[in-house]
Structure formats: C-alpha cells, structure tokens
Write a protein that binds this ligand. Structure first.
Ligand code: FES
Length: 113
C-alpha cells in the first residue's frame, strides 16, 4: 500500500505522481479517484502530465487517451493498456493498492468480434 497524501491536496481535475514499484499516477475526476501506471505504454511519457478528458487521460506526447477505469488505450500509437490500481481513502488520506507487476497476471483477452 502506497501513501499518496491528503485528499484535500488532490482536488477534482488534478493528478499526482507517486512512486511504487514503478511510478503511478493518481487522478481526481469529479471526486472519484483513479490510479494507473504513470508511464505511457508507447514511449516514455508521464501520464500524470497529460490532460483529463472525462474519465480518460490524454498522453502529453502523442495524444493516445487511456481509460482510467480499465487502462485501455483509445487507439494508436499506444496499443497496450496501462495497469490500473485500487485507491482508498481513510481518515482523509489517499492510499494506492498496487496491482501485480506486469507479466504475473493473465493478459487481457483480445476482444473478438
Ligand atoms: S508516448 Fe504516449 S502515445 Fe506516444
């Protein structure tokens, strides 16, 4: 569990980067908190520096949007999802519960259709 900080320091529309096993970005979307791996799966860009658009963040380098609920990219150039992490608030403090490292969980199934 990673301490992010006080909820009052992360108002709606803002993001913060914290260090887990890898950097993690935490977002406040209208009072709902989301956490994803901070590094874009395309190249070395920090998603916490991106732009929030509803429940997605746009990568600041090449504009792929990542859904904060699923980690899935909207389209190229990024093709792989980022990991998502659970977030909890207790006593006004935000914590991130880091997901298993990449490669230790089953891959997300490709959509068939
Ligand atoms: S670095 Fe994020 S889309 Fe290219």
């Amino acid at each position: 569990m990673i301490l992010v900080g006080e909820l009052s320091d992360l108002p709606p529309g803002e993001s913060v980067r914290v260090q887990g096993e890898v950097p993690i970005a935490v977002f406040n979307v209208d009072g709902e908190l989301y956490a994803i791996d901070d590094t874009c799966t395309h190249q070395d860009a920090s998603l916490s520096d991106g732009w929030l658009e509803g429940c997605a963040v746009e990568c600041p380098l090449h504009a792929t949007c990542f859904d904060l609920r699923t980690g899935r990219p909207s389209g190229p150039p990024a093709k792989k999802p980022v990991r998502t992490h659970a977030v909890s608030v207790d006593g006004g403090l935000i914590h991130v519960h880091e997901s298993a490292p990449v490669g230790t969980t089953p891959a997300i199934a490709e959509e068939v259709g």
